[in-house]
Design a protein around this ligand. Structure first.
Ligand SMILES: Cc1ncc(COP(=O)(O)O)c(C=O)c1O
Length: 408
């Protein structure tokens, strides 16, 4: 090494413009803060209860049975067959596991692989907001130009979030390549209704756009809400990429097994992107995935009932503590309005909650492209044991007096 030689120019040392355009995940950062302050983590959406015994056993047996080398890059056949069987069973959509399914490292990878597979830089992607925070960086990494369309909480007495049909129609144009849909929705808990999906379908057909739909909360539904995959609507089978995964349905967020279902040509492109991004998802966990997806209907009924009980436990506690809740119809989050607490913004409030009250949440601004839109909202995750929720409720009950102390 020649110390006299000039080092790399500042320009060469710069990180890519893409990487510079987004920050670290706020949700994962809140988990780190929760650990640092010994706070109860109602920020990140991972369960604190066990995964089903039979699937843990299946994973152990797969490792013991030497399923320890690369699986086929687009997914082990038993898992792909189980995914196809489940999609047919639950949504009535028949797909070919040999040509239309790609198993990825979580639905997170399925989403970015799908976007890289169908979007060229400069093409537009319609995104409902508030949105799951990954979709922002996904758009940047794939070069997509996001067109945001607002979901707004309906008025008093109506917990639904709705979009303005004219606003959505105006977001589509010849530049639109896809719409990203997430139903049941994180963070709002909205479950898109059939007539809304039909409206979206009509726009996709009119503008020849794809629907990329993230359905990982499909089994977590409340108040009789029905999950409808847009792929099952007439005209959508060929233009939909359905993304799903094991994380939420089987309480295995750390396994990183998800998938994308799409017509053969699109699947071919997704498979290529996926192969060069990650080669494949963990082989033994894919074997266990095939066991999980074949669990009886009673498993899903119990899953939904468990989440109903958690929702019923958390919502009244939040209301009592002074939050205005937007009760979810699906998924395991509740968005809340924090204006009663009189904080300047959601970040200051979240910091106060984690440091002084001992509960971690996600600041609402991380779900909006314009942070001001979420500045009086925070999101709670309730994928936790009832005792965890009770402990959080106890801490939150101190909130009102605590806020007064801080203000004095
Ligand atoms: C809407 C949505 N999609 C995807 C994910 C991540 O899923 P996975 O663990 O399958 O990557 C999450 C996790 O919170 C989510 O809320």
């Amino acid at each position: 090494m020649n110390p006299a030689a000039p080092g790399p120019s500042p320009e060469r040392r710069r990180v890519s413009a893409k990487a510079a355009r987004f920050t670290e995940s706020v949700i994962r950062e809140m988990t780190r803060l929760a650990m640092q302050h010994g706070a109860i983590n109602l920020a990140q959406g991972f369960p604190d209860f066990s995964a089903p015994e039979e699937i843990k056993r299946a994973a152990q047996e797969a490792i013991a049975g030497d399923v320890n080398q690369y699986a086929i890059t687009w997914g082990a056949r038993p898992l792909r067959q189980a995914i196809a069987a489940k999609f047919a069973r639950t949504q009535g959509v028949e797909v070919d596991p040999e040509r239309e399914i790609t198993v990825c490292c979580g639905s997170t990878e399925a989403m970015i692989s799908a976007m890289l597979a169908v979007v060229d830089p400069g093409e537009e992607v319609v995104v409902f907001e508030p949105f799951y925070e990954n979709y922002g960086p996904d758009a940047i990494l794939s070069g997509a130009v996001p067109r945001f369309v607002k979901l707004r909480p309906a008025g008093a007495g109506n917990s639904d979030w709705t979009f303005d049909r004219d606003e959505l129609a105006a977001a589509f144009s010849p530049r639109t390549k896809a719409i990203i849909l997430n139903t049941p929705n994180n963070p709002t808990g909205k479950v898109f209704r059939r007539n809304e999906l039909e409206f979206i379908r009509d726009l996709c057909v009119r503008w020849d756009a794809y629907a990329i739909t993230d359905e990982i909360y499909e089994h977590i539904l409340y108040d009789g809400a029905e999950h409808i995959s847009i792929a099952r609507l007439e005209g959508m089978r060929e233009r939909t990429i359905t993304i799903n995964g094991m994380s939420k349905t089987y309480a295995v967020t750390g396994w990183r097994v998800g998938w994308a279902i799409a017509a053969p040509e699109v699947s071919g492109a997704i498979r290529k992107v996926h192969d060069f991004l990650t080669v494949g998802a963990a082989a033994p966990l894919q074997e266990a995935g095939a066991v999980a997806l074949a669990l009886p209907e009673s498993y899903y009924a119990e899953l939904a009932a468990g989440y109903r009980a958690r929702r019923e436990r958390l919502l009244p506690a939040l209301e009592a503590a002074g939050f205005r809740c937007f009760p979810p119809q699906g998924a395991y989050y509740v968005m809340t309005d924090i204006s009663a607490f009189g904080f300047a913004d959601d970040v200051a409030f979240s910091k106060y909650l984690v440091e002084k009250i001992g509960v971690a949440v996600v600041p609402g601004s991380s779900f909006y492209h314009n942070p001001a839109d979420g500045s009086q909202q925070v999101r709670f995750a309730f994928c936790k044991k009832l005792e965890t929720l009770d402990a959080a409720a106890e801490r939150l009950a101190k909130l009102k007096s605590g806020v007064k102390e801080v203000r004095m």
